[in-house]
Design a protein around this ligand. Structure first.
Ligand code: GRF
Length: 331
């Protein structure tokens, strides 16, 4: 789970949208909302959604950013989303969260960005300039206002009868799509995917036993192979050394036969109790083998074999005796 924080100063419709998108899932969670406006409508909305929301006056944001950083660290925040945040983010915060602060801006940056360009001002300027399109941009915050690298940007058409209000509503709709998208994209880059599990680990996990198979020693690349994986024309030797290969690829110690099929056949066709004993021993072969108890696996394999034979013998005896006993009227 990746905790994110929202900084907001106003209405908070983007903040609400982010909480609704993320907080019912299990990957990203809006864990905190900070504001610089004591009566901002966003405060009530966030509290109603169960998000811890704190107000810090502008003086703290400007002169004491360590207070903000402490709160962010206490909540294990990995990324900050500026959703209509009208206060300057101090350099120590930008540096501590370098590449991890995203801002949403209601224009196609770099157009209509910079100081004074926020909210209705942007939409008025776009319409007055006679633009045929506008849009929204999510970018990474740097020390320069509205100038960091763009993460996601999307256009909306500006129609001939457009008003700042109608354009704002259209841009908001696009913001609700691209802000979560940009956050997911940035979080994915922060947390590299887990390496795939080895076959041994997957088996051990399935059987609920520890994987005691010793790690495979790294052998030197064969002289014919330069070690450059990008050279697709080069032949790569796929020969497996049975003495060192991991389990499942020609293991150092092959697993003894489990006799599972025979155990089941013996159970169904011959004698039930010895057949069950054979199945139990058969299951023990693989669990003991993957737990590293090779001797135990061999013993279980032998036992499975013996109990299959017992089951067959008892089955044959009982089936052959039943006929003369029936003829003699004793059964
Ligand atoms: C949005 O248009 C955003 O682009 C800008 O401020 C506005 C915030 O709106 N930075 P809301 O408070 O999320 O409704």
């Amino acid at each position: 789970m990746t905790n994110i924080a929202i900084f907001a100063s106003g209405n908070g419709s983007n903040a609400v949208n982010l909480v609704k998108v993320f907080n019912s899932g299990s990957r990203i969670r809006v864990a905190l909302c900070l504001t610089d406006k004591e009566n901002a409508p966003v405060i009530e909305k966030m509290r109603e959604l169960g998000v811890e929301t704190l107000y810090f006056p502008r003086s703290i944001w400007r002169d004491n950013p360590e207070t903000i950083l402490n709160v962010l660290h206490q909540h294990d925040i990995k990324l900050i989303a500026l959703a209509g945040f009208l206060c300057f983010v101090a350099d120590p915060i930008v540096e501590a969260f370098e590449g991890r602060i995203l801002n949403i801006h209601p224009s196609l940056l770099p157009a209509y960005g910079g100081n004074g360009m926020h909210g209705a001002n942007v939409h008025k300027a776009v319409i007055e300039a006679g633009e045929s399109k506008s849009g929204a941009t999510v970018h990474i915050v740097t020390s320069e206002v509205d100038a960091g690298p763009i993460v996601v940007q999307r256009e909306v058409p500006v129609l001939p009868d457009e008003t700042p209000e109608s354009l704002e509503a259209k841009v908001h709709e696009v913001e609700y799509l691209i802000f979560p998208e940009a956050i997911v994209k940035t979080v994915a880059q922060l947390t590299p995917p887990e390496p795939p599990k080895s076959v041994d680990d997957a088996w051990a996990e399935t059987l609920g036993v520890p994987n005691n198979v010793p790690p495979v020693p790294k052998s030197a690349p064969s002289p014919a192979y330069s070690g450059n994986p990008n050279n697709l024309s080069e032949p790569i030797s796929l020969k497996i050394n049975p003495a060192t290969a991991p389990m499942g690829q020609g293991a150092a110690e092959p697993m003894p036969p489990t006799f599972l099929v025979w155990s089941v056949v013996a159970t169904i066709l011959c004698c039930f109790i010895p057949g069950i004993v054979a199945i139990i021993n058969s299951a023990k072969v693989s669990s003991k083998y993957y737990a590293g108890d090779i001797e135990g696996a061999r013993r279980a394999s032998r036992n499975a074999e013996i109990w299959i034979i017992i089951s067959f013998v008892l089955g044959v005896i009982s089936n052959t005796l039943i006929v003369p006993l029936q003829l003699a009227g004793l059964f």
